[in-house]
Design a binder for this molecule. Structure first.
Ligand SMILES: [Ca+2]
Ligand SMILES: [Ca+2]
Length: 413
């Protein structure tokens, strides 16, 4: 969760100046970035004094809801090495956790060896460390998962999954799903991913240097302003860049991360195009008092409307997309309203102001969620019986392999 702070306007302006000299990025490196975090144990320990424990963006602080049924999903897998992957999830029953499909079914994760879910707000069980939250920590072992039929990692369409815990977690909230049209609604976003400032962005290649990954649960607001399909159809028609998610045309709903300045308003920037396909979609809105955007680790987290889960955090993308000139996307170029200073993954996308996020529209898939809740959908065990046998029979080899991979963890998404 990247926080927008109104008093950071000076820093925003300075970074805009810096970004003007940033490098060009070839369009073929520009794709939706799944917001999945990968961290080693060392990354989880806060630098001294960096956490503001009275931040209004912390869930349960200063009168905001604690969202006790929202927590962290931790996955250790074939490709996590000594580290682990992190996402956010929400309880829709005492044993079922709604999250994003890319958190559990993703070629960059590989085969899952272990899956855990921790509520109300905390660190899963690997290693002792300062408790980042108040209240009891309940950890459930995710025994199984299922993903939405049609989930497509290449397009990030249908990015929805449910994790089934081996034992119920009680004493925390469970949430219903929103069944209306989320477009135009204000939404409250909750996540346990990277925290920081929209004027800086998170450097996802070097361990979130622009942000703090402490697994604290953070909360903020935004507005659902566009569906992804008509937006990316207009982008495809104008720029020839095709990033349209698969699934129904209202399957992904989007919001932009505003700084309070028109200069960073992604969807407002669409008004500046003569092409009616783009211009007709423009929404001029420069942010809410507690505006936030999603950052790595917030994936799978809920976006609430009227206290119900309307969206699931799926991906982020830079508004620099709008500066594509047929060959290059210029980070800091003509139509680029992204303040990103870190062109760290070849796409400008680092959860800074002037970017936008896609959330799976839960309402569009409510019949599948209902079928899961009714016990009508099969789940895939973690680990599968075959790999469990491998672990039991080859433990010494596994330990050696992990040691040899220590420190090799790198970012994903
Ligand atoms: Ca916004
Ligand atoms: Ca805006």
């Amino acid at each position: 969760m990247k926080n927008s702070m109104w008093f950071s306007a000076v820093a925003v302006a300075a970074l805009l100046t810096t970004a003007a000299s940033a490098s060009a990025v070839r369009a073929n490196t520009f794709k939706l970035q799944p917001l999945l975090s990968l961290s080693t144990q060392g990354d989880l320990i806060n630098p001294d004094g960096t956490v503001n424990k009275t931040s209004p963006y912390l869930a349960g602080v200063g009168g905001t809801s604690a969202y006790t049924g929202v927590g962290t999903i931790q996955i250790k897998s074939q490709k996590s090495g000594a580290g682990a992957f992190y996402c956010t999830g929400s309880m829709i029953s005492p044993t079922l956790v709604l999250t994003a499909a890319h958190c559990v079914n993703n070629p960059e994760i590989g085969h899952i060896n272990q899956m855990q879910f921790a509520v109300p707000n905390g660190r899963p069980i690997f290693g002792a460390s300062p408790a980042p939250n108040t209240g009891p920590l309940a950890v459930g072992v995710g025994g199984a998962f299922t993903t939405l039929p049609g989930w497509n990692f290449a397009t990030l369409g249908g990015d929805l999954a449910v994790v089934k815990l081996d034992k119920p977690i009680t004493g925390v909230e469970t949430y219903g799903i929103y069944r209306g049209d989320p477009l135009g609604q204000q939404t409250t976003i909750v996540g346990t991913g990277t925290a920081g400032w929209g004027s800086v962005g998170a450097d996802s290649e070097t361990g979130f240097a622009g942000g703090l990954f402490d697994l604290r649960k953070r909360v903020g607001d935004n507005i659902f302003e566009l569906y992804a399909t008509p937006f990316f159809e207009a982008i495809a028609s104008h720029f020839g860049i095709n990033e349209i998610p698969t699934g129904p045309s209202n399957g992904v709903v989007m919001y932009d991360f505003d700084s309070g300045l028109a200069a960073n308003d992604v969807f407002g920037q669409l008004c500046s195009f003569a092409d009616p396909a783009l211009k007709n979609l423009c929404v001029t809105q420069t942010g809410l008092p507690n505006e936030v955007g999603a950052a790595p680790g917030d994936s799978g987290g809920p976006l609430f409307v009227d206290g119900k889960i309307a969206g699931i955090t799926s991906w982020g993308e830079s508004g620099a997309l709008l500066s594509y000139d047929g060959t290059y996307i210029y980070c800091g170029g003509p139509h680029d309203i992204d303040v990103s200073a870190n062109v760290d993954n070849g796409s400008c996308t680092d959860s800074s102001f002037g970017e936008f996020n896609g959330a799976t529209n839960v309402s569009a898939y409510q019949s599948w969620v209902d079928a899961v809740l009714a016990g009508k959908i099969g789940f895939e065990r973690v680990p599968e019986p075959a790999s469990l046998a491998l672990v039991l029979g080859g433990l010494a080899g596994l330990v050696r392999r992990r040691r040899s991979q220590a420190g090799s963890a790198s970012k994903a998404g």
